[in-house]
Design a protein around this ligand. Sequence first.
Ligand code: NIG
Ligand code: FE
Length: 407
Amino acid sequence: MAAERWDGLLVGAQLATLDAIEGYGLVDAGALGWRDGRIVYAGAVEALPAPPDVLAHEVIDAGGDLVTPGLVDCHTHLVFAGSRAAEFEQRLMGASYEAIARAGGGIVSTVRATRAADAQALLAESLPRARALVADGATTLEVKSGYGLDFENERKMLRTARELGETLGIPVRTTFLGAHALPPEFAGDPDGYIDAVCDWLPRLHAEGLVDAVDAFCERIGFTAAQTRRVFEAARALGLPVKLHADQLSDGEGAALVAEFGGLSADHVEHTSEAGVRAMAAAGTVAVLLPGAFHVLRETTLPPIDAFREHGVPMAVATDCNPGTSPLLSLRQAMQLACTHFRLTPAEALLGATVHAARALGLDDRGALRPGLRADFVRWRVREPAALCYWLGGDLAASVHCSGRRVA
Ligand code: NIG
Ligand code: FE
């Protein structure tokens, strides 16, 4: 019997299982049990098959606190060196993000700093950002490359991302974003650069560094035709794709990534009704990034009602990056999604868990259900809406990944 005991059991929790057709899937006076990193019980304390201390080695009384699935940040660029605070000041003086990028600043200035940092320095600069996200409830992070823009530096970024996960004890999913911006050595030759990106991809993949492939399809990024070539290279390797789509203009990016059966179209402020329909048909998730919307003082809202109407799942992520979204809390991104995009708090929480996991192609997390990973957060609040209500603050009492406490 002793060997059968669960590793841990939390009792007296307000459980938001998110395992319901809609809403929070609340269980009042709930219990959550886990063994070998997986959930074995998520339900009422009353319905437990035996007394808690008989069932589990460790019993924790949550004292009525809210417990949710661990948050999944499905879109970050958190591995980088340097800062773009000066660019923030320029924008407040009237310069636009596009104008700064065209003048050689923006993404390319972070490329200069990231290339100059060695692997150790890059890890040291990136670790506090990842740690902050975990401290506010994230138990899975996605990290993109895209500030190296040559083979060695893209590899350095992806390795750093993997190392972050090992250091913090959480899964990090890596996305190759070689097609993020045109590096200076390819000035005037974007197609030549795309050839290089397509050449690096199989080599990086062979080293186990790539879980998905992304591109920046935009006037200041790459054309639809260039993006298509990157996607074809991904498809040849069986790698899933996602896209920075329709952020600053409608470049028909959402329809393009849907055509490739993509995991997600991200940003999507300027996505048309046709793009939404294509996403719905392909099962492509809309990843909303309200941090970038907020920081760039954008005014065009993503087509939220159309996503709802067509049943396109909406995820919410930080887009943590030095240019458009220096945001270090996914809970804060949920808050911004509610205030700017009028998501309901339930939609925002589903967006940072269930739908975010789907945007990464992961079906073993995002809800509290037996069989899923024991990734969960105990919060110092009782109502789920309170997670989206507070701006800032220190609400996570403890963060558990695969049953182990990580913050
Ligand atoms: O998601 N849009 C392109 N990529 C990032 C910004 C990167 C940067 O400015 O450094 C984004 O907003
Ligand atoms: Fe991004």
